[in-house]
Design a protein around this ligand. Structure first.
Ligand SMILES: Cc1ncc(COP(=O)(O)O)c(C=O)c1O
Length: 374
């Protein structure tokens, strides 16, 4: 078995012990609080890692793209929830095809995309389940709780769509700059769902599923009685953003980029062979003010990833360092989900020894989609 130090660079590493602990802990959190676990697969886009999540309690998967859903179904997963609305006939037909091989739940926040689905579902004589997206403060998708009844009644007119419940995502938490701000988002997340459910129940509309999730808020919302299903994504890896938000210490981060120092242009500046095409320029989807640089250099608190070009990065030493040209270092990316999307495989290791390769097989894949285009 190869040692990490013998690998070419750059490469994307997963510390399997750490990742398995992250998966197990989330499974245990859900089990002890009686919640269903529906991880968002955009973080890893890997059907192998999805299988591991099933082993530790995941009962369905939240997908952000049709490609993710197709790969999950191809590899045997049967419960798929679309996080966002799908519109346009070509996309809708792909989802309907999937619904014939698996149980698909859709998500809507208005009547337009739902109406387009209804048109196709009528032709196929199929009924699909759906959730209504609630806006709990991210102001991206969703209706405000005070408008939920009106939308639910409009959607009820569409006979081939079956209302199952409500869902939200408190993505604004990534703009928090301290624990108190995270707690305020948790409160807004819970309040929006409770209020929406209360209004629906008042109209005698049954709400079977109440779903929400984000890695920073999941521990708190899992304890809420109204919520039935939690949908975190990032927790499988964690990253520098989660560390900045004090969700976990850096030692819990399982995904790193292995990179080599290729030049030392001055005493305290080092160039490495990984840049934006490994780390991304992400400072968090909604900009976390707490980050310094583009990642955490493992075991080197004196180093900062100061700037990135496409294939190379500039590291600055802010204290004395023994770093040398030719040395390899591991960097925890700011946003692991964006980083993971830039490789077609991870290298899984335990205690520094390579164990296996893990395919990132649920990305949008040019070869797989050729047949759909030509
Ligand atoms: C709708 C929805 N749910 C859940 C998640 C998972 O959030 P996190 O990666 O913070 O766990 C996301 C992330 O983008 C999302 O868009």
């Amino acid at each position: 078995m190869k040692k990490l130090a013998e690998l070419m660079t750059p490469n994307f590493l997963i510390d399997l012990d750490k990742m398995e602990r992250n998966i197990q802990d989330m499974g245990a959190l859900c089990e002890s609080n009686g919640k269903k676990l529906c991880p968002m697969v955009k973080t890893h886009k890997s059907s192998e890692l999805a299988k591991l999540q099933v082993q530790y309690g995941a009962t369905s998967f939240l997908v952000g793209t049709v490609a993710e859903a197709e790969q999950l179904v191809k590899s045997g997963h049967k419960e798929i929830v679309f996080a966002y609305p799908i519109a346009a006939e070509e996309n809708i037909m792909r989802v309907i095809e999937l619904a014939q091989k698996s149980h698909v739940t859709l998500s809507f926040d208005g009547v337009d995309a739902a109406g387009q689905f209804e048109e196709q579902l009528i032709k196929k004589h199929i009924v699909l389940d759906y959730l209504i997206i609630i806006d709990c403060g991210l102001h991206r998708f969703g209706v405000l709780p005070e408008n939920i009844v009106e939308l639910a009644q409009q959607l009820k007119q569409l006979g081939h769509l079956n209302f199952k419940g409500i869902a939200t995502h408190p993505g604004q938490v990534y703009g928090a700059s301290n624990r108190a701000e995270v707690e305020a988002v948790e409160k807004a997340e819970i309040h929006a769902l409770e209020e929406a459910k209360r209004r629906l129940n008042r109209e005698k509309i049954e709400v079977e599923i109440v779903a929400t999730g984000s890695t920073p808020t999941v521990a708190a919302i899992a304890k809420n009685q109204t919520i039935t299903t939690v949908r975190p994504g990032n927790y499988i890896f964690y990253d520098a953003i989660q560390v900045a938000l004090h969700v976990v210490p850096w030692q819990r981060c399982s995904l790193t980029v292995l990179t080599t120092v290729i030049s030392q242009p001055s005493k305290d500046v080092f160039m490495v062979d990984a840049g934006t095409k490994c780390f991304g320029l992400d400072k968090g989807a909604h900009s976390v003010a707490l980050l310094s640089g583009y990642g955490i250099v493992k075991d080197h608190p004196e180093l900062i990833v100061e700037s990135l070009s496409e294939e190379v990065g500039k590291i600055r030493a802010i204290g004395s360092t023994n770093l040398k040209v030719g040395q390899k270092i591991e960097v925890i990316p700011n946003h692991a989900c964006s980083s993971a999307n830039m490789t077609s495989f991870f290298i899984g290791h335990r205690k520094g020894l390579v164990e296996r390769m893990i395919a990132v097989d649920a990305r949008r894949n040019a070869f797989r989609e050729t047949s759909l285009i030509l």
